[in-house]
Write a protein that binds this ligand. Sequence first.
Ligand code: EPU
Length: 465
Amino acid sequence: MDYFRIQGGRRLNGRISVEGAKNAALPLMAASLLTTGRVKLTNVGPLADIKNLGSLLERLGVAIHFGDDDTITLHTSDESCVETPYEIVKTMRASICVLGPMLARRGRAVISMPGGCAFGTRPIDLHLKGLAKLGAKIEMDGGNIIATCDRLKGATIFLGGPNGPTVLGTANVMSAATLAEGRTVIESAACEPEIVDLANMLNRMGAKIRGAGSPRIIIDGVEALGGCEHRVMPDRIVAGTYAIAAAMTNGDVTIDDFPYDSLLAAVNHLEEVGVHVTKVNPNDEDARCSVRISSNRVLRPTIITTQPHPGFPTDLQAQFMALLSIADGNSIITEKIYTERFLHVAELSRMGAQVYRQGSTAVISGVRHLHGAPVMASDLRASACLVLAALAAEGETTISRVYHLDRGYSGMERVLTSLGADIERCKETKAEPAEDAVPAMLPSIRGAGLTSRAAQEPLAKTEGN
Ligand code: EPU
């Protein structure tokens, strides 16, 4: 298993560009199930999750060609298979995004129920409710969801849940509705830019979708969709992660293909803590542009609450916590999307961060310096948080289990090295650490008052996401 060795304290400097978004590419790839036409996606990084979904789609009769130039061509040649194997679904929750397209086109889909993940239960009730509203019959059998239908029928669907809209649920229902008979209206739809990217590609395939990016999406069903070529939007979370890396190392980094309009909440918080975020061409009104991130290291504290888009994204919460751990004062982060998404707290504390958690809120008392330590990655964004902390820390940090990072950041060590970081990927030669060493969610603190992480032993075990 690979691990990173990072010598902290190097100021990052230089220019990088942002890769295509994993969370946009996954539903786009799944949408290839809606047609027997050829779908060509460009700007798709060689990420583990992309390869995993590729394997799943191949099992579902899609021929896939991965080009050398970050392109993928998908071509459905056999529509007879409707079953998704648990071995693949369990490795990646996003496998659920094949459900809507497969059902709409093949009239039947059997998919293993995705389990919980490292940061909570992650239900899919809203996906199922939406598809049932379109006329699907949904049954559960032996851990599988069995969805069947004749042609789906348009309907008005309220898709909001207790924590707001659902991104992949919206993707599933919107994709399925493109082939339904009549009009579908999704109310309380997710407004994330990845949904807009999917709607744009589906429209290019012949769908009739209006309103994507707003809470109401209207889809007029069509008889069939064709192939298309589509460039995947840049990854706003990757862009945000590297911006924070520049800020935490007192750096000066220009980021090309920065999805500025999709990152306004994060840009706002960067500016609030004292980071300079400057468009290289001030008149640039493109949704993506070149942005210069620089910082003089006097970081101020702030208050962050994660929310559905356009609010502050949960997928940048862990990375911002690393930043705020060296701010000059007390910050507060409240996690409203995944209230248990605090796996990074325990490991960050090993590096000297002062974080106190109570339920879905964490108070971060900024320290002057983090210090290097051996730490363990536990999920994708928690791992990114540890890399950021290590870049700014004094001394050496080793981060094990970096396969989590490979799910969402292609060649992170190469990108950071190009900016002057001292980071190397190494091969684990000794035996894996004992299971008990797996970092775990901090239990919620009961009762009044805040308790430090050290007082919260023992920690419960969790599985990866
Ligand atoms: N929820 C329900 N019922 C559902 C679905 C979701 O109650 O049927 C709840 C969830 O428990 C959560 C909230 O609704 O509290 C939002 O979940 P959502 O369905 O939007 O999450 P998702 O679509 O499964 C995507 C991203 C996540 C990202 C979330 C939120 C992909 C592949 N995944 O997940 O990305 O955190 O939206 O923005 O697009 C990551 O990249 O690290 C990651 C976890």
